[in-house]
Design a protein around this ligand. Structure first.
Ligand code: UT7
Length: 330
């Protein structure tokens, strides 16, 4: 008998803060218009966390749902990994440690990963490796962001794009390949670091201007590399696994800009009905974007056990990654 174990995406959960920031609201803050934002990005509104709601709090809300939907108790979790570019604290303690503590989980592996908008694919990759090594059984992975805390609400090039939110999932064990994470590929190229950055470290840049306290992005340049990389990445993972785009049930790309999603979708011939879209209601939530989108489709009863999901992400670093997953949740 073949006893090989595989990692499986057992459940999904998400949380979006209550407060809505609409394009109309932004019209009174910067020189922009609802029409421009919708036309150039597809975004209509985004969520903003309250002052006392931290990245870890958003992550905890999403995690509770994911743990419940996996039929687990917090004591069953043996690792917590959080992807975020807006941690509660700069470097330490890790937001994963705070999330674990707020959930009452102790004495287990907990750490953060910094891979910007590709963060969820990166932590999925790590969880898959840890599960398939046989050491871990149930890993909680969380993509959580309070991007409003690093945005300059006088910069129309960035403040219209991003929002706050969190998504979480349980990666567990299966022996059935039809409910396994089939493949993940991740990559990075630091030569592009300067095109998308959060504030620099005071240790290395003590004299930085106030403007560098906020997220900086060369939007148009990021856009071009994003379309090219997201497209080639998807082609590569499909070819590598001998899977045609028509076999994919749900294409779940990073939700940065509807024009980027459509460019990739059209190149790959994915119909819009097979593409999960949340960009209009949440904007770009970075590491939370993909799990929030999976959750949306799950809550709409679109995703069933065994469905083939194709994830595709791109972000600061630059980092990128894709994954083919047979959904393992109920
Ligand atoms: O998640 C990580 C990856 N991030 C992304 O993938 C984001 C990628 N970038 C983008 O989504 C787009 O580049 C933006 C939405 C940020 C900008 O759209 P664009 O079509 O690339 O616009 P642009 O930067 O080329 O600017 C075109 C014009 C400029 O005016 P002029 O010079 O033609 O007069 C901008 O000043 O649009 C102007 N503009 C705006 N106008 C109204 C830029 N932002 C705004 C705005 N409202 N918010």
């Amino acid at each position: 008998m073949d006893n090989k174990i595989f990692a499986s995406l057992k459940s999904i959960g998400a949380y979006a803060p209550k407060k809505i920031l609409s394009n109309k609201d932004l019209e009174s803050m910067v020189d922009t218009s609802d029409e421009w934002i919708v036309q150039r990005t597809g975004i209509k509104e985004r969520r903003i966390a309250s002052d006392d709601e931290l990245t870890s709090d958003l992550g905890v809300m999403a995690s509770k749902l994911a743990i419940k939907r996996a039929g687990l108790k917090t004591r069953d979790i043996d690792a917590v990994i959080c992807a975020t570019l807006t941690p509660d604290f700069l470097c330490m303690p890790a937001t994963a440690c705070i999330i674990a503590s707020k959930l009452g989980i102790k004495n287990i592996l907990a750490f953060d990963v910094s891979a910007a908008c590709s963060g969820f694919i990166y932590i999925l990759y790590l969880a898959k490796s840890l599960i398939e090594s046989g050491v871990h059984k149930n890993i909680l992975i969380v993509g959580a962001e309070k991007l409003s805390s690093v945005l300059d609400y006088t910069d129309r090039g960035t403040c219209i794009l991003f929002g706050d939110g969190a998504g979480a999932a349980i990666v567990g064990v299966t022996t059935d390949k039809r409910e396994a994470i089939l493949d993940i590929q991740i990559s990075a190229d630091g030569d592009y670091a300067h095109l998308l950055m959060t504030p620099r470290s005071r240790a290395t840049h003590p004299k930085d201007e106030k403007t560098l306290e906020y997220l900086q992005m060369a939007g148009n340049e990021v856009f071009k590399v994003a379309v090219k990389t997201l497209t080639s990445d998807v082609i590569e993972i499909l070819n590598k696994n001998n899977i045609k785009s028509s076999q994919v049930n749900h294409f779940i790309p990073h939700q940065a800009n509807l024009r980027i999603i459509n460019a990739v979708r059209e190149k790959l011939d994915f119909p819009i009905e097979k593409t999960v879209l949340t960009v209009h209601k949440y904007g770009n939530t970075s590491a939370a974007s993909i799990p929030m989108a999976i959750n949306e489709a799950y809550e709409d009863n679109k995703i069933k056990k065994g469905d083939l999901l194709l994830l595709d992400a791109f972000g600061g670093g630059f980092t990128w990654g894709s994954s083919l997953i047979y959904f393992g949740g109920e």
